[in-house]
Design a protein. Structure first.
Length: 435
């Protein structure tokens, strides 16, 4: 059987092992298509990215069997554009944009479900901008499109609102301008006329337990294959860890599945994976949809592999090749798994970053863990790309275990073993918010 040539937009070293661990991967050849730096650093040019991708694909002498990606914009939109040009499987560009453009996504959601917060647009051109009518404090302000919660701000009053608007106004163009190219490729509905991409969305703040639902659409049928809890650092909006499977009651998970299926059908996705983030408030039993991602979460690949025996990359690869994308259930070596975000909550220069050999040694000493460092030795944290508005990621630590206590114990051992220092200071423990 001949090998299938799969081009991965933004292929990175961290995901390559789990791609190779997917069923049937011995028959696949993974080819990088554009680098992370080209895709995410600075203000990207969509025309330049497309031209370079096409040069690489046109020069390839073998068959082009699939074009895939597991990152947000611009990767999410490059996949359907290139797939259409080279005759590979993908969902439509319009369905991707209906997820990526936060305002358009809310308009689509409210047509089929009530499980979403009150929202509205903020006029960035106004001399004295105000919250949209009917949207109350506390609220979140965010651009219609952003990377990794970049330029997303929680605000509690008018002063904080105005300060956040100023920052969004100054930075929205970096992603907004390239996204205009994508909107120009579509026949937009009347409700999106004049909206554009450099817009700001205000949404009432949600509370409760954060949970993510992952699934796919195959031949028009929507399947949800997993739910994961997202736990923040205490007193912070920053993720501490994702944990699989979710600890929510089964009736709640069924409701999440139902809302997800209705929204994805409304969006019109097909031959694609998705990840939807929610809040569940156990006090009121209310579910609220936070956002829809038109791709599976590469952050969760190891978690599904630890628990189900197969990384969720399998669904993406199978859909792109026209195969059955279903995942096994509980066939992995552990009952639970987590991805931890080891963070620093102040700027500084990081020192004593362990080498690859040091990390492999830690992984061998602590079974069921994997560590990916984010900063390089001597790097100033504020200069790292793709960070949120409140913290800096130091390492992603994956743990598999038979209980939550087991996951926590392995994480603590990893943090202690890293021995990072910051301008002669020592980082805090797992649940400490440093200042």
């Amino acid at each position: 059987m001949s090998e299938k040539n799969i081009f991965v937009i933004g292929l990175d070293d961290a995901n390559l092992p789990t791609l190779h661990n997917s069923p049937g991967a011995r028959e696949y050849r993974f080819h990088p298509l554009l680098t992370i730096e080209e895709l995410q650093v600075g203000e990207v040019s969509m025309t330049a990215l497309l031209e370079k991708a096409q040069e690489i694909l046109d020069a390839f002498e073998g068959s082009i069997d699939a074009i895939v990606g597991y990152w947000d914009f611009p990767v999410s939109t490059l996949v359907p554009i290139l797939s259409e040009r080279y005759g590979t499987r993908s969902t439509s560009l319009e369905s991707v944009v209906k997820c990526e453009h936060k305002y358009w996504s809310r308009l689509e959601q409210q047509k089929v479900v009530e499980e979403h917060p009150r929202f509205g647009r903020v006029d960035l051109e106004a001399g004295d901008p105000h919250p949209p009518e009917g949207v109350r404090f506390p609220m979140w302000l965010k651009p219609a499109l952003s990377y990794s919660s970049e330029l997303a701000f929680g605000v509690k009053n008018e002063d904080e609102f105005r300060a956040a608007v100023d920052e969004i106004r100054a930075g929205v163009g970096r992603v907004g301008r390239p996204f205009e190219y994508i909107l120009d490729q579509l026949d937009l509905p009347s409700e999106m006329e004049g909206v554009g991409s450099q817009v700001c969305l205000a949404e009432e703040a949600l509370s409760g337990i954060q949970v993510a639902v992952e699934g796919y659409v195959h031949q028009g049928e929507v399947t949800v294959y997993g739910a994961l809890d997202s736990i923040n650092y205490p007193g912070s909006s920053c993720f501490l860890r994702h944990q699989y499977p979710s600890t929510l009651p089964e009736p709640v998970v069924r409701r999440l599945r139902d809302v997800s299926e209705r929204v994805i059908r409304q969006i019109g996705m097909d031959s694609a994976t998705f990840s939807i983030e929610y809040f569940y408030d156990p006090r009121t039993d209310a579910i609220n949809l936070l956002e829809i991602n038109p791709r599976h979460s590469q952050s969760h690949a190891e978690l599904f592999e630890y628990v189900d025996g197969v990384p969720n990359h399998h669904c993406m690869l199978s859909l792109a090749l026209g195969k059955d994308p279903s995942l096994p259930d509980g066939a992995g070596p552990y009952k639970a798994a987590a991805k931890w975000y080891y963070r620093w909550f102040a700027d500084g220069v990081v020192h004593d970053v362990p080498s690859r050999e040091d990390l492999r040694r830690i992984e061998q000493e602590i079974p069921g863990v994997r560590i990916d460092m984010v900063p390089e030795e001597g790097q100033r944290l504020s200069r790292m790309p793709g960070q949120d508005s409140y913290s800096f990621e130091l390492a992603h630590i994956f743990t598999g275990g038979d209980s939550e206590e087991d996951l926590r114990e392995k994480y603590d051992r990893c943090v202690a073993a890293l021995k990072l220092t910051f301008d002669r200071t020592t980082p805090g423990s797992r649940d400490e918010k440093n200042s």
